[in-house]
Write a protein that binds this ligand. Structure first.
Ligand SMILES: [Zn+2]
Length: 270
């Protein structure tokens, strides 16, 4: 079962409760780390000792800016899990993908997201990692010692190139947590991933889809690295998954009695 942490800063944080503990998804700031800890400690049947994994849907500052701060409050066995491309960011062999449509995509998003900033800590990031701008995108720092970090077993040895029309299908693997699966969902960034539970039909989709307008049905995010790849990823997901509820990186859950993916607003590629 997925719990959404309400109003915890620019992005949404989620806590997944499983038979064998908790997985935390997206800790965007030091304030978000505080809010998630408060939520877990105050929730009947949950405790910080139960946190097994902390993960991120993609390596952007508003989704990773408090991961190290949060990990410090977890037991020593808790691991941070990333998309395998993040390993290359840490090694300095790959830069974060640049993002398009700053004016039409970022400006309205910033406005809506700022409504969820309630505390000064929501504007505090542990470092300047995860900013997809020239000059800043190679300033990447590990949030904790190397031995606390793992990478999902996604085979992304042939990364997608927006100019390259060659099609390969999206890679998936087990999240190692209940029946949750990890699906690479490139488009918003190269390193984007979704979490999907085929048993409960819940999906955490990061910034592939956003849903910031109240009671909106959600939309494909055109503030992204590649519109073509975002669109291709979405099409493949619609054909292969059937979620009843989608938890986006920004905004409220998207629900639909048959397939919540089919209900979202899609941009026109032409
Ligand atoms: Zn975001």
């Amino acid at each position: 079962m997925v719990y959404s942490i309400p109003n915890c800063g620019f992005s949404r944080s989620y806590v997944i409760s499983g038979t064998d503990g908790l997985m935390v998804v997206d800790v965007g700031s030091v304030g978000a780390a505080n809010d998630i800890e408060k939520f877990i400690s105050g929730h009947p049947g949950m405790a910080m000792e139960d946190v097994r994994f902390v993960t991120a849907t993609h390596y952007h500052i508003d989704h990773i800016g408090g991961m190290g701060a949060f990990l410090k409050r977890c037991p020593p066995s808790t691991k941070i899990l990333y998309h395998p491309l993040v390993r290359e960011y840490f090694r300095g062999t790959r830069k974060l993908s640049l993002i398009r449509n700053w004016f039409t995509g970022f400006t309205p998003a910033l406005f809506w997201c700022s409504l969820y900033v309630r505390a000064l800590g929501h504007l505090r990031f542990e470092n300047l990692s995860g900013i997809p701008l020239p000059g800043l995108r190679n300033r990447v720092q590990r949030p904790c010692p190397k031995n606390r970090i793992g990478y999902f077993d996604l085979n992304v040895s042939s990364p997608l190139d927006p100019k390259d029309k060659r099609k390969r299908s999206l890679q998936t693997c087990s999240a190692g947590f209940d029946s949750w699966e990890v699906i690479e969902t490139p488009g918003h960034t190269e390193d984007s991933l979704c979490l999907y539970n085929p048993a409960t039909r819940e999906m955490i989709c990061g910034d592939l889809l956003i849903n910031m307008v109240k009671n909106g049905r959600g939309r494909l995010n055109h503030f992204c690295w590649s519109l073509e790849i975002t669109y291709g990823t979405y099409r493949e997901l619609v054909d292969t998954l059937c979620p009843l509820v989608i938890y986006p990186g920004h905004g409220d859950a998207i629900k639909h009695p048959q397939n919540a993916l089919s209900a979202v607003e899609v941009f026109n590629l032409s």
